[in-house]
Design a protein around this ligand. Sequence first.
Ligand SMILES: CCCCCCCCCCCCC/C=C/[C@@H](O)[C@H](COP(=O)(O)O)NC(=O)CCCCC
Ligand code: ADP
Ligand code: CA
Length: 575
Amino acid sequence: MLIRSLSHPVRWLTGEGMEKQPRLLASQLFLKNSVFEVLLNGVLLTWKEITANKKVISGSIHHPLKVGTSHSVSVSEILAVRELHVDGGTKDDGRWQKMPQKLTESYPYAFTVSYVERARQHRWRCSDVTFHCSEWALCQQWVQTIREQLTALTSRPKHLLVYINPYGGKQQGKCIYEQKVAPLFACASISTDVIVTEHANHARDHLKTEAEIKKYDGVVCVGGDGMFSEIVHGLVSRTQRDNGVDQNSPEEKLVPCTLRIGIIPAGSTDCICYATVGINDPVTSALHVIVGDSQPMDVCSVHHNNTFLRYSVSLLGYGFYGDVLADSERKRWMGPARYDFSGFKKFLTHHHYEGAVSFLPATDTLGTPRDKTRCRAGCFICQHDGQLYSGDSPEESKTAPDVSDREYEVGWGVVRGKFLAINAASMSCACPRSPKGLSPAAHLADGTTDLILVRKCSRFNFLRHLLRHTSKDDQFDMTFVEVHRVRRFRFTPRHCQNDSELDLRENGKQLFSQICRDHPACSCSPAYSSWNCDGEILPHAAIEVGVHCQLIKLFARGIEEQPLFEDLANPLCAL
Ligand SMILES: CCCCCCCCCCCCC/C=C/[C@@H](O)[C@H](COP(=O)(O)O)NC(=O)CCCCC
Ligand SMILES: Nc1ncnc2c1ncn2[C@@H]1O[C@H](COP(=O)(O)OP(=O)(O)O)[C@@H](O)[C@H]1O
Ligand SMILES: [Ca+2]
């Protein structure tokens, strides 16, 4: 009886005026010892189990078709479909051999659909489902139709340029790519040119000058935030050069990059991956590349005296985070643990730095750094480039610093004082060390950065502030912390006089190290810290920063909202 139902020809379900291009394909196919009603409608592939259910209702026997387990997958999340050649019980998929001999004889044709399945905590996995049918033509029709629908997905990359940093994080980049990512790209018929970098800035310079970028649909980097930063610098600089834009002018409007960037996390912090995907997992990131996701991102340009220094997409941190980075670079041999070591050391050192921060507040945006909204997949604020007006924010006025401390230029605010940390977070900067991030309500693509000023305070208070990055408590709800959503800002360290800053810095370092050697117990702070710019050290303290709204795009979609009861919703979550 089942055999008969399975030998049903395919049913084309067409709507009015759709005769030429059927939209729906429906058949009864065999899967794991059961018959399934399988439906493809251009948007979803659905399969529902059908079992004959004999019931006695009011004295008469009823044979309703009972619908058992049901699954559906969005066509946009199908990775590939492949036909299986079953021949006398053997085929190219190991799992087939477990099928009963009778079945292989009756249903010798089969195709496998590989698709994205969601697991716990934003993790994606590649899952396979194999449908069996008794007729070759039916099998062909399914394979071809699914392939046609996949081909119609124009946002998917076909050819990628991949850079691997073999020394990032725990030095596993090459192995991660070869074992976890390359097989998925191959399954999705994505071709790649792979470059294993041989030195720092190899990827940046190759992209900037040599790479035939027109050949590719995207660039993938395997490494950490530093490696991603190299790709951003290569691509953004190349795009500006190709369009005749001068990067040295801080006011210049930059041209957005067309190629999307994929990040396969294999670094130490991997904050950009974590904050755009929700997890640092190479397979999840590879799947976001394959399905052709696109997430725009803001980029800050950093200048000193009308000279371009660097771009930043995550954290620009002076004081604490700059000092941690400078110290940790000397301990690279420790791997990712270097940040914990240097973090603890710099917390104990408790240096503060004096200077003035001036900033242009983003007054025309919806949202504030202290609201409870979070930038998530399909973020409403980012979809409008942050260009929405919300009026005054009560939270911001609550944290406004002492007026005597600042003077206002036209539209600009100025805060002078002694700071333990000056941080600009262009996105949340969430990472495994701080799952909500430095600025939990920051947006990926709203054209603003959250400027966080942590004034000199006791070690105990600073520890309270740092600990709040790891809990649900508000790290900005402290008298010595203020936060502003800004479009531009400048920092001028005290004693800084334009070009002489670097000389002073060098002399100052020598002077202070001399003083501190002479007075080991003294608690004086050096005059200058360094900027931590996405994990790279900047040589200047005085900088000017501007945010370029949505200058680049990632193969990501932002963090997806979690289903309320994810364990119940998805059996894979239990893994
Ligand atoms: C006593 C408990 C303290 C907990 C504080 C936790 C706060 C952590 C916030 C981290 C924000 C990180 C922002 C991202 C920075 C990265 O760009 C940079 C380079 O990353 P990578 O190239 O992958 O190595 N990472 C850092 O600067 C590490 C900062 C760690 C500070 C403890
Ligand atoms: N082949 C290489 N040899 C040495 N350094 C490299 C190489 N390729 C990239 N780099 C540099 O390594 C630094 C750290 O890379 P990253 O991938 O971010 O690892 P981590 O997260 O551990 O810091 C970056 O500054 C990058 O420019
Ligand atoms: Ca932003």
